[in-house]
Design a protein around this ligand. Structure first.
Ligand code: NAD
Ligand code: TYD
Length: 377
């Protein structure tokens, strides 16, 4: 495959995927298709924007005619689809936008790919539609142990490896979907449409479901960048509920590496879960963030613990996410490259060293700059 559209490439994970593909595959043409919503920021791609194998197109995935024309003009043979509304709290306030982009946008993209690929003599031969989804579609796991042992405890995943975990069950690919938030409901719906296009039309599709990502360029409405910035500026840290909810964290570059492996070697019509067996209670991760920021800024370690402020819980707050990625590790040999301690240190350093990026995002300046630049294109 040579001509690839990556949707949502100006966002957090998308920018890491674009960077990896542009640098690793100089003979591919990488087209970043992004609407540049509040979450899209071309400053995330400054280091590769002038590369000859990279092109940015400002477009809404819901624009069927625009996407079809782009696919025809660029002879696109692969789509890696990341564009989405991605923040649970926003989905609680405005579910319509989530249905529009995540469901209708994905459907529109599928229809455009179908129209173009079915018009070719070779049809779906050598083509691929890869849809990036989330573990949140599986719902929430309990924090239980058959013998009543208090979590965290050592448990065995289906890979046979032992891990520290907060419950004996994990999300596996065969689990029934049970989304709870408007965000996860919309992502679940889009996953169903992608699989339906394989089953009905024979489109070569792949779906992956990944756990929470962290790393550079994440929009500071999500827990980790928001809290790093607040600690730096000694602002309160709004912890939802008791801070007891568990999330499974993966360094974003490891997600991008998994996407590369699966795009090239994954089996058509398969689902792969992506995660690093790395469960943390929110409050524990928050303490690590405070200690790390304090240490790197030369403050007494733990000096900012008093910023922790317990606030009203998120509505429908899922208790625990935990991915079993044994299938991906076993079948395609992918493993996370970073230990969490290394990843979090790198991440905190990056946000502290890139205060200008953070200031442009929090002030909203980045939107004006790029929206003006692309207004008439
Ligand atoms: P993000 O919010 O940082 O970026 C989303 C990108 O999509 C932005 O660049 C935005 O401009 C673009 N976009 C939004 N609506 C669009 C539209 N209608 N047309 C074209 N572009 C549009 O999101 P992210 O955190 O990078 O997540 C990327 C994907 O990965 C999403 O599909 C998300 O569901 C999935 N995912 C995210 C995580 C996570 O922890 N962040 C975990 C698992 C899966
Ligand atoms: P978030 O980064 O929004 O990701 P997701 O909701 O997709 O898991 O939140 C991660 C966890 O942190 C989640 O349990 C909600 C919690 N959280 C807070 O306690 N306070 C906050 O201000 C935010 C943004 C999240």
């Amino acid at each position: 495959m040579k001509n690839i559209i990556i949707t949502g490439g100006a966002g957090f994970i998308g920018s890491h995927v674009v960077r990896l593909f542009v640098n690793k595959y100089p003979d591919y043409k990488i087209i970043n298709l992004d609407k540049l919503t509040y979450a899209g920021n071309l400053a995330n791609l400054k280091d590769i924007e002038d590369k000859p194998n990279y092109k940015f197109v400002k477009m809404d995935i819901c624009d069927f005619d625009g996407v079809l024309t782009l696919m025809q003009d660029e002879k696109v043979d692969g789509i890696i689809h990341l564009a989405a509304e991605s923040h649970v709290d926003r989905s609680i306030k405005d579910p319509f936008t989530f249905a529009q982009t995540n469901v209708m946008g994905t459907l529109s993209l599928l229809q455009a790919a179908k129209a173009y690929w079915e018009s070719l003599p070779e049809k779906y031969e050598g083509k691929r539609f890869y849809h990036i989804s989330t573990d949140e579609v599986y719902g929430a796991l309990q924090m239980t142990h058959p013998e009543g042992i208090e979590p965290p405890f050592t448990t065995k995943a289906s890979s046979g490896k032992h891990h520290l975990a907060y419950g004996e069950k994990f999300f596996t690919e065969d689990l029934k979907y049970q989304p709870h938030s408007p965000y996860s409901a919309a992502k679940a719906s889009s996953d169903h449409f992608v699989r339906a296009f394989h089953d009905t039309f024979g489109m070569p599709t792949i779906v992956t479901n990944c756990s929470n990502n962290y790393g550079p360029y994440q929009f500071p409405e999500k827990l980790i960048p928001l809290f790093i910035n607040n600690i730096r500026h000694r602002k309160p840290l709004p912890v939802y509920g008791k801070g007891e909810n568990v999330r499974d964290w993966l360094y974003v570059v490891d997600h991008a590496r998994a996407i590369d492996t699966i795009f090239h070697e994954g089996k058509i019509a398969e689902t792969y879960n992506i995660g690093g067996f790395n469960e943390w209670k929110n409050i524990d991760i928050i303490r690590v963030l405070i200690n790390t920021v304090d240490r790197l800024l030369g403050r007494p370690e733990g000096a900012d613990m008093d910023l922790i402020t317990y606030v009203t819980d998120r509505a429908g707050h899922d208790l625990r996410y935990a991915i079993d990625s044994s299938k991906l590790q076993r079948e395609l040999g992918w493993e996370p490259s970073l230990q969490f301690e290394e990843g979090i240190e790198k991440t905190v350093r990056w946000y502290l060293d890139n205060q200008e990026w953070m200031d442009n995002v929090t002030s909203g300046d980045y939107m004006k700059y790029y929206n003006d630049m692309y207004a008439n294109r």
